[in-house]
Design a protein around this ligand. Structure first.
Ligand SMILES: Nc1ncnc2c1ncn2[C@@H]1O[C@H](COP(=O)(O)OP(=O)(O)OP(=O)(O)O)[C@@H](O)[C@H]1O
Ligand SMILES: O=P(O)(O)OC[C@H]1O[C@H](OP(=O)(O)OP(=O)(O)O)[C@H](O)[C@@H]1O
Ligand SMILES: [Mg+2]
Length: 287
């Protein structure tokens, strides 16, 4: 099985990082190589441009791919199936026009020109509106085109909004919300290796923002502690073997909580009688 992943650009590093955290360590993958092996002899990685990845998967160069949803839609790769939202590379494709111009809505673009790196997504968007502007494809610096009379509006990526603002452009309408996805070719989605990869990546995402709390609780205090724990599916409670030091009747309580609940939970369980509280990170969480 081969996974196509971005070879450069902003998606490269976070993708490699995710594979590593999922236990799919890369081997023999010196920088600038086309392929890398992983610790799993059945899984290798193919490096490609973010925009080419959906096509690589559709055409059979790889079985799985990781890239932005915007690229999957642009490639119109209808033989690939999404397996997982990887929850990074969040951005929006928006229709934007000069702030001080006369384009306030989609209908104002009838007979006008829209420049974009995403001509297919743009045409699909306008097809649904009944407005049919002229769409011109550019390969970068799209934000410049309305200022050089090349276009009346653009469809481009925005996340913080800084680039649009810098170019005196305002959002007219959202075209697409995107994030990075794991997908596979239709004919291999049920393959056990594909599902293994999906589970491994999913376990990293599930663990993100979660912490593991361990504490000691006197038996008679268990209910009180349990009541203040916001845990995932309730805590795990274990007997602590009597160590002969009067620790009899102590229980070990383990629970997974949201990182943002950790501070309050510690305060609450302490009040309820817990001691020896330990907080650790979670690498993976297989549900
Ligand atoms: N500003 C942004 N914020 C969040 N995600 C973004 C942003 N810009 C792009 N992306 C996502 O990253 C994907 C690839 O963009 P990126 O800029 O890394 O590649 P690229 O422009 O093709 O790189 P290069 O031109 O170096 O090959 C986009 O398709 C989109 O899904
Ligand atoms: O809303 P913002 O946070 O300003 O982000 C939007 C910008 O980010 C991307 O460009 P990128 O930085 O990838 O440069 P590129 O044009 O070289 O791909 C995108 O093409 C926008 O220009
Ligand atoms: Mg870019």
């Amino acid at each position: 099985m081969r996974i196509a992943v971005p070879n450069k650009g902003r998606l490269h590093e976070p993708t490699i990082d995710l594979l590593e955290r999922a236990g799919l360590h890369l081997e023999n993958g010196a920088e600038r190589k086309l392929y890398a092996d992983t610790v799993d002899p059945d899984v290798s990685v193919l490096f490609a441009r973010a925009a080419d990845i959906p096509e690589y998967v559709a055409d059979g160069a790889a079985e799985m791919g990781i890239t932005g949803y915007d690229q999957v839609r642009e490639a119109r790769a209808d033989t690939v199936e999404e397996l997982l939202d990887l929850e990074f590379g969040r951005c929006r494709l928006v229709l934007a026009a000069p702030e001080d111009g006369d384009i306030d809505g989609v209908e104002d673009l009838a007979g006008k020109t829209v420049a974009t790196e995403f001509p297919n997504v743009t045409r699909d968007f306008f097809a649904d509106t009944g407005v049919d502007p002229n769409v011109v494809e550019v390969s970068g610096a799209t934000e410049l085109t309305p200022h050089v009379e090349m276009a009346d509006a653009i469809v481009d990526i925005t996340s913080t909004g800084t680039t649009l603002k810098m170019n005196q452009l305002a959002v007219v309408e959202e075209v697409l919300a995107s994030s990075v996805r794991l997908f596979a070719r239709e004919d291999v989605v049920d393959d056990s290796k594909v599902q293994e990869v999906r589970t491994a990546l999913s376990s990293v995402i599930s663990a993100d923002g979660k912490r593991y709390l361990m504490m000691n609780v006197p038996e008679e205090q268990l209910e009180e502690v349990r009541d203040v724990i916001p845990g995932l599916g309730g805590p795990t409670v274990m007997d602590i073997a009597d160590d002969g030091n009067g620790e009899d009747g102590m229980l070990a309580v383990h629970v997974v909580v949201d990182e943002r609940d950790v501070f309050e939970t510690i305060t609450e369980v302490k009040k309820a009688g817990a001691s020896g509280i330990l907080v650790t990170e979670i690498e993976r969480l297989v549900e």
